[in-house]
Design a protein. Sequence first.
Length: 551
Amino acid sequence: MSPQADAAHLIVRALEAEGVEYVFGIPGEENIHFVDALNDSSIRYILVRHEQGAAFMAEIYGRLTGKAGVASATLGPGAINLQLGVADATTNSTPVVAITAQVGLDRIYKESHQVVDLVSLFRPITKWADLAPTALALPEMIRKAFKTAQTERPGAVYLAIPEDVESAPVPADLAPLPVNVVRPQDPSAAQIARAAEVLAGARRPIVLAGHGAGRAGASAALVRFSERLGLPVATTFNGKGVFPDDHPHALGAVGFMRHDYVNFGFDEADVLISVGYELQEFDPVKINPNRDKKIIHLHRFPAEVDDHYPVAVGVHGDISRSLDALADAVHRRFEVNGTGEKIRRLMREELEQGRSEDAFPLSPRRVVADIREAMGREDIVLADTGAVKMWMARMYPTYEPNTMLVSNGLSSMGFAVPGALAAKLAFPGRRVLAATGDGAFLMNSQELETAVRERIPITVLVWVDDAYGLIEWKMDLELGRHSGIRFGNPDFVAYAESFGARGYRVSSAGELLPTLRKALADDAVSVIAVPVDYKANLELTAKLGELTGPF
């Protein structure tokens, strides 16, 4: 048998046909043929230090490129370790193909070493999960995996490949299938007419842009739509940047746990034009508590059913074409009122306050302000789950799609460090920063070694408070006290240096910005530890609780 005429090489050829550039993973005894076959390909195998890191890397690569990221693992424990990142991808509408080994078909039917029904484990957290029963099925199954993962609504898929299938001989003429891409359709004229009729009778409409708008490349169309009709635009946390925060119609991001400034824009609205919004991004009860708003849902697929999201008109098709068609059909212009300007002013004032705060440990406002000052317009920051996410998602002005990434579908902790590696691989010309709490950092900090070994320069900013700060915040708000949230930390500078990375310790407020600039400019892996005082958490929620409307 030719060394190229086995199933492992067929899998790799199929991945190449799909345009795969990277496979993130850890090999095992049962998939050594696949890992070896990658050596003969154009695909770069990124050896990681934990399978969870591989899944998060595949997810962020898929989110930034629109092409399914690929994560690989062995059977049993390796496959199970992939599951958090796989579930995170599905709930964040991100294309991922997870491929793992499985025991041979000669013993999969019985209780034996490392046998777990992996397909059943992955099925609830993927769009499709299956096992390859024969090498002859691999071209079809891999094509189906990528087509399913990348078709709206995108998500993760899973394919288990038994050990004896992976090493099986295949006919020399067995080849990958041609790649066919599902093209978005124009919206129907009837849907556009109905949506225009709703807008014709609107008093104060508002636009909510979600993750799907960025995924569809609809930013330019969204700006045109807002400007032509004179409409204010808010985004979800996942949609940050799809509408630039420095645009005069921008309201900022909605999704904070309390009634934030931007919520007052929704309080006054009678019609909600939802553009690429998906229910898992946040609960619509926060913007339609009385179920009294008429909702126009623009997306490539129908909306999920929710009592607080009653869709008056669903416009399904290419989002940019839908926005342009609706703008053409509406023969009036609305005037953006003073509420939007007050919302923008209040957020600007918070950011300015942060720039002038010199206390040490630093206030979260100061950290956000300095990050924004250090990062370019198209640079990428990943804000890990926790209090970090709340401050960054609320305050960090974002100007381009997918330049401020959070997990808001599953809200997984620990995605930012591995995700930063994938972001840098996807966009090597941009600077990449992982902003993470100390709790989330240590969940996947082992991937610093991967970054150093693979020479992937990223900067990690660790917000240090020796606690799970968001849980402390919630406990103090709802219980009046907290417990079970405090822990100890290593010396983060020494820890970074032990991996071969550069370590920095911020010891005054004035040190953060120059340290960020230095680390981001270096062609190296850097970790910056910045002590943060989260007393501003309760101050913020108290302040928001005192706000009254209308603005």
